[in-house]
Design a protein around this ligand. Structure first.
Ligand code: NCD
Length: 305
């Protein structure tokens, strides 16, 4: 693998090897000194042209836990403000000695453009409403730890799927790993064309609630037009929110996941976010581990038994 841009087209063996390495690195992160020398001397550049808390911090934490250095680019205070192009920015960071670029951008396809301009490996940290592959890896690892395997798991992805890069990445990763994915949304919140998506569709959360092993909630992507397709936040909560009442109806071992940032009171109630069945913080912790795996594999790190 040269780059990690999308989960679509990744085969099962590749996904599993990233998850297996992620599992090993999760063990490293639980040690008293959570650090290995695997990527000593390497430099990971994080180039986030769109806001982020979890993804950026966890890539930086992952790089340091592998003893790599980080170069962090913040568009708000950079020469982009003076009109420098994305391409010149990329070539500049490459000339400074970066070994890998993590790119997040509001435009679909931007990380692919970056990969054409640079000879360095590129990881997509989220492009527009398109893909977010390391999110899918951390979600898959969280489900695998919780259930042993994704084979045969019934996973519902709920809400604003149309504008969600997380949903796009998760659908392909989960189904390649053997899960049965149901998208739970009305047509207005679904992509206009689902040809080639390995999914079933349900219109109402209440129709499938008690059949699911895992419920994956999404934030309404207001910045991508998500809030304009339903009348009010209350209506969204009523139909697609994981409320306290719905939590009470779940099978006792159903897991609830969310990529963060959670908007409590909209797609998830406080009581659900703080319930033991909600795995959000496991997801965050696994984010560091799978990003270590991705950096390690793309930079050809040395295994130190
Ligand atoms: C997601 C994103 O940015 O795509 N967040 C994340 O990376 N954990 C989801 C979101 O912003 O709703």
């Amino acid at each position: 693998m040269r780059d990690l841009l999308s989960t679509e087209g990744l085969d099962r063996a590749t996904l599993e090897s990233l998850l297996d390495d992620g599992e090993e690195f999760a063990e490293v992160l639980r040690r008293p000194i959570p650090k290995v020398p695997a990527l000593r001397g390497k430099t990971v550049a994080t180039m986030f042209f769109e806001p982020s808390t979890r993804t950026r911090l966890s890539f930086e934490r992952a790089a340091r836990a592998l003893s790599a250095d980080t170069l962090s680019f913040a568009p708000g205070t950079s020469s982009l403000k003076k009109g420098e192009s994305l391409k010149d920015t990329v070539l500049t960071i490459q000339a400074m000695g970066a070994d890998l670029m993590v790119v997040r951008h509001t435009s679909t396809g931007a990380p692919w453009r970056v990969a054409e301009w640079t000879h360095l490996p590129v990881i997509n940290g989220g492009d527009g409403a398109h893909q977010h592959p390391t999110q899918a890896l951390l979600d898959a690892l969280t489900l695998r730890q919780r259930f042993g395997s994704l084979d045969g798991l019934r996973i519902g992805i709920v809400g604003d799927i149309r504008h969600s890069r997380v949903a796009r990445s998760d659908v392909f990763a989960f189904s390649t790993l053997g899960a049965e994915v149901t998208l739970v949304a009305p047509p207005t919140l679904l992509p206009p064309d689902l040809t080639g998506w390995p999914v079933e569709v349900a219109r109402e959360l209440d129709d499938v609630l008690t059949e699911l092993d895992a419920i994956y909630l999404l934030r309404v992507q207001s910045e991508r037009g998500g809030a304009s397709v339903f009348p009010s936040v209350q209506e969204y909560r009523q139909r697609f929110g994981m409320t306290r009442q719905r939590l009470a109806r779940l099978k006792p071992d159903t897991a609830v996941l969310h990529p963060g940032p959670m908007i409590r009171g909209v797609e998830i109630d406080h009581e659900v976010a703080d319930d033991a069945r909600c795995l959000v913080l496991n997801q965050v912790a696994n984010g560091v581990a799978v990003r270590m795996a991705a950096l390690f594999q793309l930079l050809g790190g040395e295994r130190d038994e």
